[in-house]
Design a protein around this ligand. Structure first.
Ligand code: T1G
Length: 697
């Protein structure tokens, strides 16, 4: 077995090279190797130690897979203190991403050099914890309190130049980390440079920590770790000694390590990477995609075209006539200007896209050479079938034909072509060039390499792609329809829409369901309800107050009135007084006596509806695994990331308690609250959704 840390003597310098691919995580073998290397260098009388990483990066942090397991000695805090106490000078040479415990090892070294492309940071807050190996104590001493607070509470990666300006690193040099590290160490030895432990530096200047704590807590929208990090940095400024500050940091770290939010965020971290790794695609080669076609240049089509263009693909966008083509180009240009402003693309890339990569056409013949087409026309089956029949005519053999439909049956669309195995659903979320979620909807006859191509395209467009089977609403919209209904039923039964919105923003959503409905447009749900009315199951409860709003022309933000009234230039809206009248009328018409709902009952019902439908979606095989549903809700519906997703949240609450509540609600409405068979099975077997995720690996 190759050693995780290779020890080598180059003259007076002992070189410790990390070899723990893929990211040189600081697992137990690496920690033991570093400790042994420092001790050996001292015993052998070396004058300096150089630490660097082989492969793509310096240490990218503690090994997250060890979290939740008993920690094996040496722990990272002790190792960092030992490196810092070394009798000889210790130099770290950084490249790739020196993150978390990685940057903490570098900060416990006496000198730090980086190659130009190196990035560094303390992203622990994104995992629900805080730096736990002295980072909150050492960083403020070299970078200052404010700079350290900003880096630690945001967890952002900092470029080498900025790190140098902040005093986090001492030098930047071209070359590979080993060479620049050796040269710098040699130079320091020739200068007889002293050991320079950060722990000996003066305590950093205090700031108004209470105000900082409140500001960071509010920004976290329920996530605790960034605010707790403020208290750890406060200890750096106020503790009687460095070691006491380290002790306080450790206490705060260990408390967060036991938290649900750490479990939720670690679940999100690994699930985000696992969700696009499907065993059945492991040996399937995707088709090459260089040129794409987009049918329809409305908001969605223009957004999809923008995402493809920004990813370096050429795009042929088809609209029905010249005027519509011009409007589509303007939408794309507007999207690109936003990306330019956000620093996502350069001016030269912006120009190249508009002058070379984008072709607008009104004739399908222009699609003869594209490798994949995404259709984003009006959500009507007949219209889509006509479009796909035409695509089948004009596109080359092997070209993939994809629909962006948000609920129509891909099997019916595929049947309009002679190439059903080349047909797939690629459901983007608006705005398509910003939202990360992509549902890859697999129809009965979709070929495996077409599915693999859908995922490869998603990766190229920097999307989080999730495989979905075919059903009304696929994964996300089907689950959303369910928890939206639960919210509507609570309003009909006496809760206010504004109470529900407040409860759900308190849970961590950026917006509650009624504010979201106003944003998306109430007319969309209205059209869907009218479409489904003829086939509605007579046992399904129906609310009418939303339809009353629409009948009055109030569609939400787009008309200035919906559940809220929106005033020009003002963020957010105020409750629309007419809504109460519509609700009361609906209650009278349906003979409902309104009751009071406590906030925790609102949350419970909302989340139980979400979990129950999600369990049906997994149980029916529409979603491959529970984690797939979690990723859809995180990346497409603003579910608070620190809960990990609805099914991770359900595991954390205990599935038996969830099922018990659902069975209680079913006494009021057996049709809506029909328990998911999978949920009943898991409770009966004493298993969790996470157990299913593990079994699917
Ligand atoms: N531990 C274990 N595995 C890790 C890992 C880590 N820290 N980082 C990445 N991996 C795996 C990842 O799951 C994937 O595995 C593969 O490496 C490639 O990753 C005491 C306690 C470094 C920027 O938060 O941000 O230090 O899917 O696909 O896009 O204070 O990985 O191939 O099986 O993401 O090029 C702090 C987390 C830890 C950094 C590279 N460090 N990692 O991105 O590749 S907490 C972090 C990243 C800590 C101390 C505390 C990214 C990356 P697989 P990837 P990438």
């Amino acid at each position: 077995m190759t050693e995780a840390i290779v020890y080598e003597r180059i003259g007076d310098i002992a070189v410790l090279a990390a070899q723990n691919p893929p990211v040189n995580a600081l697992g137990i073998d690496v920690r033991r190797g570093l400790l042994a290397g420092i001790e050996r260098a001292e015993t052998e009388g070396a004058r300096a130690v150089l630490i660097y990483g082989e492969g793509r990066t310096y240490f990218a942090g503690a090994d997250i897979r060890e979290f939740g397991k008993p920690m094996e000695e040496p722990g990272l805090p002790d190792l960092c203190n030992r490196i810092e106490a070394a009798k000889l000078i210790v130099v770290s040479a950084l490249h790739g991403t020196a993150l978390g415990g990685g940057l903490e090892v570098a900060l416990s070294s006496h000198y730090r050099i980086a190659v130009p492309g190196a990035k560094m940071g303390l992203p622990e807050v994104h995992l629900g914890i805080i730096p736990g190996a002295g980072g909150t104590q050492r960083l403020p001493r070299v970078a200052g309190t404010e700079a350290a607070l900003e880096m630690i509470t945001t967890g952002r990666h900092v470029a080498a130049t900025e790190a140098f300006d902040k005093g986090v690193i001492d030098r930047i040099a071209e070359g590979n980390p080993r060479e620049v590290g050796l040269a710098y160490t040699q130079e320091l030895l020739e200068q007889n440079a002293p050991r320079r432990p950060i722990c000996d530096m003066p305590a950093p200047e205090p700031v108004d920590f209470d105000a900082t704590y409140e500001r960071v807590l509010a920004r976290g929208r329920g996530q605790l770790s960034p605010a707790i990090a403020v208290r750890a940095v406060q200890a750096a400024c106020e503790a009687p000694s460095f070691l006491d500050g380290v002790r306080q940091e450790r206490e705060l770290f260990m408390k967060l390590m036991q938290s649900d939010q750490r479990q939720g965020l670690i679940h999100a971290f690994f699930s985000e990477r696992a969700v696009s790794k499907l065993p059945e695609l492991a040996d399937v080669t995707p088709r090459d995609i260089a040129a794409m076609g987009v049918i329809g240049g409305g908001t969605m089509g223009a957004g999809i075209a923008t995402a493809a263009l920004m990813a370096g693909l050429s795009v042929v966008l088809i609209e029905r006539d010249e005027a519509a083509s011009v409007a589509a180009r303007e939408r794309i240009e507007g999207n690109l200007k936003g990306a330019l402003k956000r620093g996502k693309i350069s001016q030269s890339h912006f120009d190249a896209i508009l002058n070379e990569a984008l072709e607008l056409a009104t004739n399908y013949a222009a699609l003869s050479q594209v490798d994949l087409v995404v259709e984003a026309v009006f959500e009507d089956m007949d219209v889509k079938r006509d479009v796909f029949a035409a695509l089948d005519e004009h596109c080359k053999p092997g070209a993939i034909l994809a629909s962006n439909t948000s609920y129509l049956d891909i099997n019916d669309i595929a049947a309009a072509t002679r190439r059903p195995s080349d047909v797939i659903g690629l459901h983007f979320f608006s705005p398509a060039h910003v939202m990360k979620l992509l549902e890859v909807v697999v129809a009965d006859q979709t070929a495996p390499d077409v599915v693999a191509t859908g995922f490869a395209l998603g990766k190229r467009l920097k999307k989080t792609s999730v495989r979905s089977g075919v059903c009304d609403g696929f994964i996300g919209n089907r689950i959303m329809n369910s928890y939206r209904k639960a919210a509507d039923y609570m309003v009909l039964d006496g809760a206010s829409p504004y109470q529900i919105d407040r409860v759900m923003t308190g849970f961590g959503f950026a917006m509650g369901p009624f504010a979201v409905a106003d944003l998306a447009g109430l007319d969309i749900g209205w059209a869907a309800r009218k479409r489904r009315a003829p086939t509605l199951d007579p046992r399904e409860r129906v609310v009418h107050f939303s339809d009353m709003l629409c009948e009055g022309g109030d569609f939400g933000q787009k008309t200035g009135r919906g559940f809220y009234v929106y005033e020009e230039g003002k963020r957010g809206g105020t409750p629309n007084p007419q809504v109460a009248e519509y609700i009361e009328r609906d209650q009278r018409d349906q003979g409902v006596t309104p009751q009071v709902f406590a906030n925790d009952e609102v949350l419970r019902r909302y989340m139980c509806a979400m979990v129950n439908e999600a369990a049906k979606v997994v149980g029916e095989g529409i979603a491959r695994r529970p984690l797939d549903v979690d990723m859809v809700l995180l990346f497409g519906y603003g579910f608070p990331r620190f809960w990990g997703g609805p099914l991770k949240w359900a595991d954390l609450q205990g599935l038996d308690s969830i099922l018990k509540d659902i069975r209680r609600y079913a006494k009021e409405d057996a049709f809506f609250w029909q328990p998911a068979p999978l949920l009943e099975q898991l409770v009966a077997e004493g298993r969790s959704f996470d157990d299913l995720n593990k079994e699917a690996r």
